[in-house]
Ligand binder design. Sequence first.
Ligand code: SF4
Length: 64
Amino acid sequence: MRITVDRDVCIGAGQCVLTEPAVFDQDDDGVVLARLDRPTGETADRVREAVGLCPSGALRLDEG
Ligand code: SF4
């Protein structure tokens, strides 16, 4: 799995950070940052959940 974030689309809602803070963070303006791009195991499960919760569609997964 590989995750990519579109910082131009993120509206800073923070759902991703609340769901998996080991992967997602926000900069001083609230815009998403990804700490790692290839999560595994339970972390990957929470990343999938976060992608589903993101209201702006800023998070994308490539399951390959
Ligand atoms: S949940 Fe989506 S809109 Fe909210 S901070 Fe994360 S990427 Fe941005």
